[in-house]
Design a protein around this ligand. Structure first.
Ligand code: BYC
Length: 479
């Protein structure tokens, strides 16, 4: 058992609020992982960034108000640490077969393997995203954007620390080996790729990056929220605190896409045309290309919820390891043995809805929550178009479009949700997903802008800056 504090001890080599000073073995284990982490950061973290002073927030407490401190930091000196939300000593498990029992402070022997697997899968995504975004700093559209990229990168690094802490503290030798592996698998590596599909896709440009932080970080929000319900209390509490940091990541994604769309609308007005070629010649990303990026990143991200019907997911739920979104607020028995859930299926070339056992459909239910949330952001994005008098609207493609995992994997479903022939799929793919030519065009816009107050021509400036500073503040100082 460790002693828990809400304030973080920064006098330690590894800042923490888990009483690491009182646990020599664990402290030593983590201190021996730390140099490997730093080596990984130097090799695969943000390119050409180590000497810059960056205006970053660092967690100083796990209290809701005032948990972060902002200051200039060189990223390799960032105080990555271990911060768990405050404990609730009376907490009980709110779902599954152990509902009503006291939450576990240690790993129950029978759930060791599935818990480790969940923690490893979560942990694997964090450094993967840093690897995916490694080169983006070189083509940043403004200092404000560069700072946000770096903020997200250091926090994803910290989220890796969060999972590595759990592996080291609760899973013995296996845990230590898994922690090593988290630095050995790499995004897109042919031999040792990252575990989940989306984390092996490239993030080649800033439009992809905003889409990633909009769609893929939002998967993070839902997965972390489901793990924050876990009966294994240290996992629940670390995920609760990670969610506090995650909100800014989705903000960067959502406002990023909105700023791109805003600039496109402005250019459409300037060039008096909505023709993609003319808009591109005017230096903005045409609406069609933005829609194709949405289609790509949404489809890759909905894959991250796994199979619609999953025995893994049912086992996680039954065992009290992973709940549903806001589990304790849901008005049902939280056991689900008798419940059903509507799930889309494909039958005779048609998409139909079937009521299936809710227990096996918890992945799909989480995906439903995610899609609703993604749609809310699309509505806000569409309000940008509306306010500029542009008639077209962005849409989310059908959830079965372009899937690699689940019922529609390998089946040709168009963005409107019709099952189509191979011939039509191949012929029309370029209308729905970015083509090489689209990527090349977006790449031509990616020029580095680092003068305070200046911004690339393809994106509008943000409404406000960070931490009460103006948007044109010198957020990154190059040395
Ligand atoms: N790619 O029964 P199923 C974030 C595998 S993002 C490749 O449905 P399950 C972040 C699956 O592993 C959040 N493989 O599986 C965002 C299984 O393999 P086996 C990350 C996939 O376990 C931005 C098989 O297919 N956190 O934090 O119910 C920046 C059968 O599938 C994929 C988590 O994901 C895929 N997309 O569901 C930074 C939470 N999907 O058993 C960070 C932890 C499925 O046949 N993970 N498979 O070998 C989980 O809860 C589950 O592992 C999943 C999969 C929901 C991902």
């Amino acid at each position: 058992m460790t002693i828990e504090h809400s304030n973080i001890d920064y006098s330690e080599r590894i800042p923490n609020n888990v009483g690491l000073a009182d646990n020599r073995r664990l402290r030593r284990a983590l201190e021996s992982w730390q140099p490997n982490y730093l080596k990984w950061w130097q090799e695969l973290g943000p390119d050409q960034s180590t000497k810059s002073d960056v205006y970053l927030r660092t967690a100083v407490s796990v209290e809701r108000d005032g948990w972060a401190n902002f200051d200039f930091v060189k990223m390799p000196d960032y105080r990555w640490g271990i911060f768990l939300a405050k404990p609730d000593l009376d907490r009980t498990i709110s779902f599954g077969n152990h509902k009503g029992q006291k939450a576990w402070q240690d790993v129950p022997g029978e759930y060791r393997a599935p818990l480790r697997r969940l923690i490893v899968t979560q942990g694997d995504t964090e450094p993967a995203s840093v690897e995916q975004q490694r080169h983006l700093g070189i083509t940043c559209p403004s200092l404000y954007d560069l700072r946000n990229l770096f903020q997200i990168n250091v926090e994803e690094g910290r989220h890796l620390w969060a999972m590595v802490y759990l592996l080291h503290a609760y899973f013995g030798r296996d845990g230590r080996e898994e922690a090593e592996m988290l630095l050995e698998r790499h995004s897109g590596d042919a031999d040792k790729p990252r575990i989940l599909g989306a984390f092996n896709e490239p993030t080649p440009d800033w439009l992809s990056y905003y889409m990633f932080t909009y769609f893929t970080d939002r998967d993070g929000k839902y997965q972390l929220a489901a793990l924050a319900e876990s009966g294994f209390d240290p996992l629940a509490r670390t995920c609760q605190f990670m969610l506090t940091e995650e909100a800014h990541h989705m903000f960067v994604g959502e406002t990023g896409i909105m700023r791109v769309a805003q600039r496109t609308c402005e250019v459409m007005k300037e060039v008096r045309s909505d023709d993609a070629k003319i808009v591109r010649a005017g230096g903005a990303v045409d609406l069609e290309t933005i829609q194709k990026y949405i289609n790509l990143h949404f489809s890759v991200s909905v894959d991250l919820f796994g199979q619609e019907i999953s025995t893994n997911a049912a086992t996680y739920f039954n065992s009290g390891l992973k709940g549903r979104f806001q589990e304790s607020r849901l008005a049902d028995d939280h056991i689900l043995n008798e419940s059903i859930w509507p799930v889309l299926q494909i039958s005779d070339g048609h998409i139909i809805q079937k009521n299936l056992p809710a227990l096996s459909a918890v992945n799909e239910r989480l995906r439903d929550d995610y899609i609703k949330d993604s749609q809310r952001g699309m509505n806000r994005l569409n309000s940008v178009l509306e306010s500029h008098g542009v008639e077209s609207r962005f849409t989310l493609p059908h959830r079965f479009f372009n899937r690699q995992i689940g019922i529609s994997a390998g089946i040709n479903v168009n963005p409107s949700g019709d099952v189509i022939s191979d011939y039509e799929w191949k012929a029309r793919l370029g209308e729905w997903l970015p083509t090489d030519e689209d990527f090349s065009f977006v790449r031509t816009l990616m020029n580095r802008v680092t003068e305070p107050g200046k911004i690339a021509a393809w994106i509008a400036p943000p409404m406000r800056g960070i931490d009460g500073k103006p948007w044109d503040y010198e957020y990154v100082r190059f040395n």
